[in-house]
Design a protein around this ligand. Sequence first.
Ligand SMILES: Nc1ncnc2c1ncn2[C@@H]1O[C@H](COP(=O)(O)OP(=O)(O)OP(=O)(O)O)[C@@H](O)[C@H]1O
Length: 280
Amino acid sequence: MATDVHRPVTGTPHRADTASQDTAGTTDTAGSTPTASAPTVVRVDGLTRAFDGRPVIDRLQLDIRAGEFVALLGRSGCGKSTLLRILAGLDRDIEGTALVPRRKAVAFQAPRLMPWKRVWRNVLLGLPGKPERAVAERALEEVGLSHRSHAWPKTLSGGEAQRASLARALVREPDLLLLDEPFGALDALTRVKAQRLVDELWQRRGCAVLLVTHDVEEAVLLADRVLVMDDGVIAHEQRVDLPRPRDIADPRFAALRTGLLERLGVEAPSAAPAAPSKAA
Ligand SMILES: Nc1ncnc2c1ncn2[C@@H]1O[C@H](COP(=O)(O)OP(=O)(O)OP(=O)(O)O)[C@@H](O)[C@H]1O
């Protein structure tokens, strides 16, 4: 797998490296997830990003394995999107190193579709060469949007637009899929459907995923490993070894959710008090 190395712009800028750099991870702790022995596809070492002299990311370390689903939580403004943008190659003003696969794709909360291009053309946007429409159609079929292929973006519902954005990411055949709050603007029902879709796509495609989210439940529902970012570093990491599809009613699910909420400094809602007995 070809890789890109993001280094400081003053150092060796963004050069392509060979598959030999995809070494098996040595720094990650061994776990019982299926990906524990997979090679490392993302290796972040001593990564620092400052704005106006203030480091938002501060000597951060992170490894992600091939096929691993990682969710990134953290309070608003702690630097989650900044990290994702760096991994996507959209921000190179860094210190330290970020090694990422060459084949990567990103989907944001706003689907960012070009309004003057039909859906299928949006899906192919930015792909090298002259890809055939069939390439877009296959990806649209995968996300259940074939019937809207010829539509204009402004006629899509929020959930449809998000699926078009996912299709645009999938045609890149990514080894790493970066998702920045992709479900944040969706209503509750559409959000559940979109989460299921991402779960299915990930299981089918087998790519690594880094999902930035504010939603602890979503993180536990989808991820093999949940990271909590704070003070510019990964302050906490939680493996999720529950079988899929995950059941939010499972007490183990609830325990993980509560633990993560505590880590985030949010008090978990307490159980509703029992209804008074009529006999009393
Ligand atoms: N281009 C920029 N110039 C100056 N400051 C920036 C820039 N981009 C991000 N920041 C600052 O860096 C910090 C981290 O921003 P970032 O968007 O990464 O946070 P986040 O954790 O994704 O937040 P949220 O959860 O609210 O989306 C914030 O204080 C933000 O204001």
